[in-house]
Design a protein around this ligand. Sequence first.
Ligand code: CDV
Length: 311
Amino acid sequence: MARHLITASAQMGPITKSETRRDTVARLLAMMREAHGRGAKLVVFTEMAQTTIFPRWMIEDEAELDSYYETAMPSAATQPLFDEAAKLGIGFYLGYAELVTEGGAKHRFNTSILVDQTGTIIGKYRKVHLPGWAEPLPNRAFQHLEKRYFEPGDLGFPVWRSMGGIMGMCICNDRRWPETYRVMGLQGVEMVMLGYNTPFGHLNTQPMDSLTLFHNHLSMQAGAYQNATWVVGTAKCGNEEGSQMGGQSVIVAPSGEIVAQAVTVEDEVITAKCDLDMGRIYKDTVFNFAQHRRPEAYGLITERAGVILPE
Ligand code: CDV
């Protein structure tokens, strides 16, 4: 029997600093309903979907910083998403900033959850590859202080059997690293979900900036093809408090082809009927890992982080 999963990517336009959780959850609910109206059984929201992207600022007041994080999930503000998901029979991926207090110490993660079609959380992922820096850089309109405000994720890249397939998650910068997809690929992943927010000007170099949207798709299409998996990439985009972020949310097939793409930089739902068996042809042939991979030649991948040049 064919395993088709009608999947939605719910791209999100900017969230102003003054918008409340209630406001943003109302926007997410509207997109969830639209996705359901188009037959979707899964909707992928973006990274940090309930607040403005606060790592662009140096925030010294701890109470202000804490206000951007969730200490429980569902929280009072997000409970309506879980209730609506159960009512409509639609699963969802949701990104948020997570604050955990353990033994009196605060731990902060950039997190996503996978919620199934009964409104139950079945998976949690914490972002492994944190971009940016820990101390503010001089002469910049915007910072990117993810290394200050988050710890690297400590949960690895697990996958879950849900929605009729094998599902995996990552977050934004993770999508640029082949290791992200391959670790899930080695667990047979059939759909990788991710939210991203990618500000133009991040690197302070104009030539690289003009390739931002190309690199966005390049990373996800390569990850999809090389691991024979669907990839659903959902942007937070538009002009957020003066920071311009790229859109072009996509649903990518295991062939590496884009089958749906957002065309605005606002709240926008795109959908595709995803055949979860489509990756099989690649998994059995050119990317038959058991037959063709050579782990004995890949030692440096896990032994070394940075480059060491030969003598
Ligand atoms: N949120 C992100 O991880 N953004 C990064 C930017 C800052 C480079 C990205 O990889 O898109």
